[in-house]
Design a protein around this ligand. Structure first.
Ligand code: NAP
Length: 305
């Protein structure tokens, strides 16, 4: 298949690109910065990189001609700094307006793709400390992230009017060896000071990056609608830290108090302090099989190999 990807240089995207290339697909990555993307993704005959301004579709729309699948993963990182008004604007714009621009680009193509897999996040559901299981039909919350996710999903919807199959992935916390949330948690654990964050009772809907990439590949072939991109067995933060400590053979004993995190991250702290227990009902119903349904095996594979 010929697949074009936005956000292909990122933590999820680079793993997806390497999987698609390994299975013989041809890949086009739209990137804002060619040289760093090239460093991350390397060179291969079936991989093309194109520098783009995600807000100026008329300049690059033509490059999408003939691509059968589009994967839309671009977005300003959430937890890299405090959520100032400018940062919040960028978080929203880099998802909603870039998706609108991508859809606009697709509209102009004479040979349109058959399928678009577009990003969203479990932040859609907001905070559910009571741990009620949330499947795809649960209602959205009202907070900033939930509002961004709704607008991000809505921005992708018009491709369906063009006859394109649309699958939206509400991704949970993605676990992989080289970055993401786990990367940030590992350093303190390796120095024996890792531990639960906040109350420890918040639910963590995680997914092994390989499973998320498999789900995206699965959706490029079949399925439409919304799919929670989370493992079938979410855990509470204290359980997550206990298992992480076990896998690393390190104690998990020092809790990080909520106020410290709020001081450091401000409103962005809500990403780790509040949680939700998300269930991948649609993926399971569609026949998708998780290679890492349980956290211990996922962490073992990531950290020990
Ligand atoms: N990782 C997770 O745990 C997780 C969880 C839920 C949802 N998601 C969502 O899944 C998507 C991919 O996640 P990821 O972890 O791979 O993210 P990432 O590593 O931060 O990569 C995202 C990519 O988006 C592009 N990008 C970054 N800032 C941008 C901006 N301001 N405007 C336009 N493009 C920008 C970059 O590509 P170029 O520089 O090459 O253009 C970057 O490589 C994101 O939208 C994220 O919100 C991730």
């Amino acid at each position: 298949m010929r697949i074009a990807i936005t956000g292909g240089s990122g933590f999820i995207g680079r793993c997806l690109v390497s999987r698609l290339l390994a299975q013989g697909d041809q890949v086009l990555v739209l990137t804002r910065r060619l040289a760093p993307a090239r460093r991350v993704l390397g060179e291969q005959a079936s991989l093309k990189l194109l520098q783009y301004d995600p807000y100026q579709p008329q300049a690059w729309a033509e490059a999408l001609e003939g691509y059968e699948g589009i994967v839309n993963l671009a977005g300003e990182p959430l937890a890299s700094s405090r959520w100032t008004e400018a940062k919040k604007k960028e978080i929203r714009r880099s998802r909603v307006e870039t998706t609108q621009a991508l859809v606009q680009a697709i509209t102009t193509l004479s040979q349109k793709p058959q399928v678009m897999v577009s990003g969203s996040a479990v932040g859609y559901y907001g905070s559910h400390p009571e741990g009620d299981p949330l499947s795809e039909d649960a209602p959205p919350a009202q907070d900033f992230l939930a509002e961004v996710c709704q607008a991000w999903e809505a921005a992708a919807q018009p491709v369906q009017e063009l006859g394109i199959r649309l699958a939206i992935v509400r991704t949970g916390i993605v676990l992989g060896p080289d970055g993401g949330a786990l990367g940030q948690m590992l350093a303190p654990f390796q120095f024996f000071v890792g531990g639960t964050i906040g109350s420890g009772k918040q639910w963590l809907s995680w997914i092994h990056r390989e499973d998320l990439v498999s789900l995206i590949c699965f959706l490029l072939q079949q399925g439409s609608g919304v799919f929670n991109g989370t493992a079938p067995n979410p855990v509470q933060m204290e359980e997550f830290c206990r298992i992480l400590g076990q896998v690393l053979a390190r104690p998990s004993w020092l809790p990080v108090p909520e106020f410290a995190l709020e001081l450091l991250l401000g409103e962005a702290a809500q990403v780790v302090l509040t949680g939700q227990k998300v269930i991948p009902k649609a993926a399971l119903a569609a026949g998708f099989t998780f290679q890492y349904p349980h956290l211990k095996e996922a962490l073992r594979q990531i950290l020990i190999g």
